[in-house]
Ligand binder design. Structure first.
Ligand code: PXG
Length: 294
């Protein structure tokens, strides 16, 4: 069993088959906790500080005390990768409210738990980057900003899962989520962008979309490359009639969208601006300097 993945739970490592948390953990009982999905490429954890900062913002919003400092958390992520001898990985960092009783009151949970899973990244996307994926607007509205907004990366992802169930049932690759006012928010675990007349547009976080780390890189790249970039409310009509559309996220990176609710986007092929941004994103990964070598 020496080759088993080692999972970090509260300062100790457990083989994957023995890495367990209590059924009384409020993360399990109520989705009460926060998480991050992080990638390591060739020995560097991509945007680790940004992910840890976002985790802390999510925790702050739900009044969850992370039991480690940001530096300790960074070290714990790096050490988990070292322990597993992993240079390329998909890392799941979780801070759960911890063990309480069966009531909702988080005061019963005396200590939050930190869990770090460093797994291999399994890109099932096939040739999605070359041909694009299909998407659909789902009937499931995004969690409103005055509810369990997706600005908080909480353990409560049922909203996204409902979107995915709908996409699966319709034979479509990914769901796009609309916020309660009717504007487009994001994918189920990706931010969304369109290109219209050479300009790039993406919705504001006030639609309840997550402040994506990949999307921040893309916005920065547009600025660097002198591509006009606007943060603007997007309607479903604007998506249908876009010249190009794409998703961004840690897991899928940048992926073109070729069809939305059976409307072909542009000419149905990855467009020129999308292609430039996909290439430039790969360069950012390759030149990534802000990581600690694993
Ligand atoms: N919006 C939401 C709601 C997300 O959960 C993104 C956007 C993209 O953000 P980043 O920072 O990754 O560019 C996410 C990302 C997966 C997966 O395996 C992805 C996410 C969560 C759970 C699973 O694709 N989050």
């Amino acid at each position: 069993m020496t080759n088993e993945l080692q999972v970090y739970i509260d300062g100790k490592y457990y083989p994957k088959s023995e890495a367990k948390i209590s059924v009384y953990d409020h993360g399990f009982l109520y989705g009460d906790g926060v998480f991050e999905g992080i990638r390591a490429y060739n020995g560097i954890v991509f945007k680790l500080k940004e992910h840890i900062n976002r985790l802390y913002r999510s925790a702050h919003a739900i009044m969850l005390n992370v039991p480690l400092t940001k530096t300790e958390l960074e070290e714990a992520v790096i050490n988990t990768l070292r322990k597993n001898k992993m240079n390329d990985s998909y890392i799941r960092l979780i801070v759960s409210r911890g063990v309480g009783d069966l009531g909702l009151d988080p005061r019963k949970c005396s200590r939050a738990s930190v869990i770090i899973i460093a797994d291999t990244i399994n890109i099932k996307a096939g040739n999605a980057k070359e041909v694009g994926i299909t998407a659909m607007f789902t009937w499931v509205r995004r969690n409103p900003v005055d509810a369990t907004t997706h600005e908080i990366k909480s353990l409560n992802y049922l909203n996204s899962i409902l979107g995915k169930i709908e996409a699966n049932a319709c034979g479509v690759d990914e769901a796009i989520c609309i916020e309660p006012n009717g504007c487009v928010a994001e994918g189920i675990g990706e931010n969304i962008f369109i290109v219209k007349n050479g300009a790039v547009l993406t919705p504001p976080n006030s639609t309840g979309a997550l402040d994506g780390i990949t999307s921040d890189v893309i916005i920065g790249l547009c600025e660097k490359l002198n591509i006009k970039i606007s943060i603007a409310n997007l309607t479903p009509f604007m998506i249908f009639t876009a010249d190009e559309a794409f998703f961004t996220g840690t897991a899928m990176e940048v992926v073109p969208i070729r069809e939305v609710n059976k409307r072909v986007i542009g000419d149905g092929k990855p467009g020129p601006v999308t292609k430039v941004l996909m290439d430039e994103f790969q360069k950012v990964i390759a030149n990534s300097q802000n990581g600690i070598k694993i």
